[in-house]
Each structure stands twice: as structure tokens, then as C-alpha cells.
Ligand binder design. Structure first.
Ligand code: C5P
Length: 241
């Protein structure tokens, strides 16, 4: 079991396994107070709500990263069903629009204080200017992310998912309770994979992000537990984060 001096819980470990043995072999070595776990569309499609229940039995809080993007009514039902699973954090694509985000928020109202955090994805960290241009979006990723941030704020989202390249600026223009979640974290020598707008954890930490999402640099490393420990040590090195 990995135990940390200070538990920062600022790290969200993105699980991306295709078999349950490997999944639980890893998470059963992790203290649930040390990080949150993220389940995305790959694992939820393979294993469904029973995976969520099995992880909850181990006392982890879950970010269910299904990035809903549909018509408002459908999204609201999906959000409601996901919230019933006792999820800690849920998300939608801000590009689904204002009415969709408002419907998602409204679907959580009956849960009151027990509602999961609802965050909106701005621009995927895997997308660069060329990707946006090919979709007819001629703003830079930062400009487009800022536009989507503003829509997310108008819809009373609890936060956004954005690149660490955006967080310094976003921190200045959002109130302190607004959550910034940043994937695309890499060490200097690790592969970028399909990500484009990446940063090291040390840089991200300085940028004012609230939570970092780290997947493959941990799960695909030779020793995932040592690598997780390495990242957690960076997070608790001082109190900046
Ligand atoms: O393996 P890696 O560290 O790149 O994993 C990042 C995770 O964060 C992936 O599961 C991906 O789906 C998610 N994500 C992202 N960019 C966003 C939102 C979520 O990479 N804007």
C-alpha cells in the first residue's frame, strides 16, 4: 500500500486498462486518500456501472469522464443517471452549448449538496490549431478555450477541463472556487502520445490548476506505483498547489 505524508488529492489518475485484473492489481496498491481515479469512455464502455461500484467499495472518489455532448434532454438524463452512481466529478463538452450545459446543471439540482462536481471540457488537450482549423474554427486553441470557459461560467459549471497552457490566464479571470482540471501532463522525457498541448507537472503546478489528470505516464510506465509516487511527491513538495 502506498502511503503519503500529506495527502493532497490533487492528482486524478486516469485508468485506461482493458482488463479488470490489471486495474485492481494497481489500485489495490494505492491509498484511496492519495488521489482520485478517472474512468473514461474506454473502461466505462467495457465494464459499465459495476466497475464504478467495485471501485467505490475501495473508497476511491471517481471522476467519470464521459464528456457528454448531445441534445439538452438526452444529456440531462445521462447526467442524472451518472450522478446516481455516486460520482465525485462529471463532465460535458462546453461546445455542446449553453442550453445543454444548463440542462446538465438542472439535472443535478435535486441532489442539492450531494450533487457531483460538474465541469465542462473546453478544447481537448490533444487538439492544436490545425485540428481546430480543419473543423472551421480559426481561433487559436487558447482563444477558443477562453470562449468556452466564458460560456461554462455563464452556465454555472463548477469548473472546466483545460490545458495547463491556459490555466495561468484562466486563474486570473475566474473566481477562486472555480475548478481548473488539467490533463496533458508529461515528464520532460516521456512520450507526448496523442496529446498536443502538454506540460510538466512542475509547470502545471505553478500555473494555478486545481487538479492534474495523469494517465499513460503512470499506467504505461515500467513501475506504475513508483511513478505515481514520483508525481505525488512533486505535488506535496511545497504548498503552492
Ligand atoms: O494518458 P494521458 O495522461 O494522456 O490521459 C489523459 C486523460 O485525460 C485521457 O483519459 C483523456 O481522455 C483525458 N482528457 C484529455 N483532454 C481533455 C479532457 C480529458 O486528455 N481536454
Amino acid at each position: 500500500m502506498v502511503i503519503y505524508k500529506k495527502t493532497s488529492q490533487k492528482l486524478i489518475l486516469a485508468l485506461n486498462f482493458s482488463n479488470l485484473k490489471e486495474t485492481f492489481n494497481l489500485i489495490d496498491q494505492i491509498n484511496p486518500n492519495s488521489c482520485h481515479l478517472k474512468i473514461g469512455i474506454e473502461m466505462f464502455t467495457l465494464f459499465g456501472p459495476s466497475l464504478i461500484k467495485d471501485i467505490h467499495k475501495r473508497n476511491f472518489s471517481i471522476f467519470l469522464d464521459l464528456k457528454f455532448h448531445d441534445i439538452p434532454n438526452t444529456t440531462a438524463y445521462a447526467i442524472s443517471a451518472a450522478a446516481d452512481l455516486g460520482i465525485w466529478m462529471l463532465n460535458v463538452h462546453a461546445s455542446g452549448g449553453i442550453r445543454m450545459m444548463l440542462a446538465a446543471k438542472k439535472a443535478l439540482l435535486p441532489l442539492g449538496k450531494d450533487a457531483p462536481l460538474l465541469v465542462a471540457v473546453t478544447v481537448l488537450t490533444s487538439m492544436d490549431s490545425n485540428d481546430l482549423e480543419s473543423l472551421g474554427i480559426f481561433s487559436s486553441p487558447n482563444e477558443q478555450a477562453e470562449l468556452l470557459l466564458k460560456r461554462a461560467i455563464e452556465c454555472d459549471m463548477d469548473g472546466v477541463v483545460c490545458s495547463a497552457h491556459d490555466t495561468t490566464h484562466f486563474r486570473k479571470i475566474t473566481n477562486k472556487n472555480f475548478i481548473l482540471v488539467t490533463p496533458g501532463i508529461r515528464t520532460i522525457d516521456s512520450k507526448a502520445d496523442d496529446q498536443r498541448r502538454i506540460m510538466t507537472l512542475q509547470q502545471a503546478k505553478k500555473s494555478g490548476t486545481n487538479y492534474v489528470v495523469i494517465g499513460r505516464p503512470i499506467t504505461k510506465s515500467k513501475n506504475p506505483i513508483n511513478t505515481l509516487q514520483y508525481f505525488l511527491n512533486i505535488l506535496v513538495e511545497d504548498n503552492e498547489f
